[in-house]
Ligand binder design. Sequence first.
Ligand SMILES: [Zn+2]
Ligand SMILES: [Zn+2]
Length: 413
Amino acid sequence: MLEREIPTVYSTRMSGLKQKLHCPAGAGTEEFMEMPPGALVESIIFILRDDPGIDDDDATTPPSKGSRAQGKAPLFEIEDIPLPEPGPTDLLVRLSATGICGTDLALASGELGPACRILGHEGIGRVVKRGSSLTESDVPLGQRVGISWVRDTCRSCAMCLRDGGETRCVAQIHSGRRVDGTFAEFTVVPFRYMIRLPEGPSDEELAPIMCGGVTAYKVLKICGAPPGQWIVISGAGGGLGALGIQYGRAMGYRVLAIDSGSQKREYCLGLQAEAYLDVSKENDISAAVKRLTGGQGASAVLVTAGSAQAYQDALDMLAPFGTLVCVGIPPPSQSVHFHPLALIDRGFRIVGSMVGSRGDIQEAVDFVRRREVIHRVHLTTLDRIMEIANPHASTNQVRQSPFHSAAVYVFVR
Ligand SMILES: [Zn+2]
Ligand SMILES: [Zn+2]
């Protein structure tokens, strides 16, 4: 469908260029540079709309930011926009694949406040144009790059001044929140926050690593468990948890997956989790973890589920000196209770993790390049994504769809 649509759209104003733009990734960048400055071209994007019943006549009216009511069904449409122009120190990137993350859907539903019209933060593409201040020695045309949740940081706040603190920058700019995201054919990134990617893995293998993959990797990197020890992944059958199983195995851990239902059991064990516990069948999930781990508990429990109960249970699963890593976000109304003696007597640590730095992304990508982590993805096209995310499906329905629970959507040009 997408492949049929692109020539139709481009034939309106980009005749003569459309064949070049359909060159294999990395090729055609020189031809792209021949375009006259200020040329009116088009991109295909998803548009988020407030009102599913909006008239076609209003299709060019941007939705007013921040006016989305919670629970309103997100609507995505393809729209033509002017080709973005990179500033003097920016790069224009032609995207070839992107993933869809749960955060995109939360943004689309208005749960996270104002959002951009173009969402998406798991993009893979190539540099096709440099800003006027940049040269070939800075970055060659055709350089493969990734686009993630963090698009730029201030480099001067207390977070940025700490090693690895850039993902907590107090002034960070998020993809789809402050700047347009990756549900588009082209996007602009600042050269100073460019994420270089190696050649080798396919676009669709790399896309999920830009958010879910690097998040899972970083959680394991900081969990403090010695290699060869048990770790628990709570919510292991979700997109993030599934990547966690693979990274955990690749990093030498014994992975105990926790989720609900027999479908998730098959999925998690198929990803080489060593054991699986079904929360819907265990009366005391923490006791079951202790039993499976020889009475000790797990050296680390990674909670990817957005549930306070999952966190509450997790504290009782820890081995002495174990670490609870927080990454799933429960609703604000839910809280977790613990007594400080648990930390004082047993030496527990509780830490939080948030996506990963550019260095973390490159480390996470290297597992894919070595074929140690290969995430199963469902390739789909623009029209399929719209069918899933459009008004007929509420955000919750999208989240509960079998595709979303087990894999990441990626669409390619
Ligand atoms: Zn994400
Ligand atoms: Zn900062």
